[in-house]
Design a protein around this ligand. Structure first.
Ligand SMILES: [Zn+2]
Length: 234
């Protein structure tokens, strides 16, 4: 893997260009708007610039989407007093120094014990706690679908946590349901909506009429849940 990059001036602004063994040019826009290019080792710069020019409208659209998303979701702080959501409820952080690092949920507080109270350390402690909780909560909720899947001759759903910037979940053919660990911040109603949605994809991979009919059948109030998930800003 090559991690060094060069800066390239393109019609869509400055880009970071990396080279790799891949066969085609990969163009992506990162959440902060950075244009990221990964080109085949031998690809000529003119060719790269021409391809970026062709995708200019798409790049602008991606940037606008991230801007909207970032404006809706102000950066989370990791200091005492900051609020964080867990299962749809707001909690305040209480950062404590101690030798046994860990996170405890008590009353309306998330007590985060760290060795040094730098924001990075607090963020890491809290993120690994969220991940553990996500794994536990999502597994339990997904397990409730095992009988339903067996009855409908679908593979047994298995959980995989996967960080995603724009999606809460995805379903793979073999029964793997990928869920965004950040979803643990949302309420149980919303988590169950995402799981039901992905389980329906095990039967109907696309968003066709059959898919929505099945979802409405197993979760009649899915629209309210979806709206709630979207408005919670998480
Ligand atoms: Zn879907």
């Amino acid at each position: 893997m090559m991690s060094d990059f060069v800066i390239l001036d393109t019609v869509a602004g400055r880009a970071r260009l990396k080279r790799s063994e891949r066969k085609t040019l990969a163009i992506s826009v990162l959440p902060d708007g950075t244009l990221d290019l990964v080109a085949p080792l031998m690809a000529r710069e003119e060719m790269i610039l021409a391809k970026v020019a062709k995708r200019k409208a798409w790049i602008s659209k991606q940037r606008r989407e991230f801007e909207t998303m970032n404006a809706k979701r102000p950066a989370l702080r990791y200091v005492s007093g900051a609020t964080h959501r867990y299962l749809g409820r707001q909690y305040r952080l209480k950062v404590e120094k101690g030798d046994a690092p860990g996170v405890v949920l008590k009353g309306g507080f998330l007590h985060v014990r760290v060795r040094t109270s730098g924001e990075n350390e607090v963020r890491e402690a809290l993120q690994s706690w969220y991940r553990e909780r996500a794994k536990m909560q999502f597994s339990l909720r997904l397990a409730e679908w095992e009988n339903w899947c067996a009855k409908h001759k679908l593979p047994k759903p298995r959980l995989r946590l996967r960080a995603m910037t724009k999606r809460w979940g995805s379903a793979l053919k073999g029964g793997t349901i990928c869920l965004n660990p950040e979803l643990i911040r949302a309420s149980a109603l919303c988590i169950d909506y995402v799981i039901a949605h992905e389980v329906c994809h095990l039967r109907h991979p696309d968003h066709g009429k059959k898919f929505w009919n099945l979802l409405a059948q197993i979760m009649p109030d899915w629209k309210q849940r979806k709206a709630r998930l979207e408005s919670s800003g998480e």
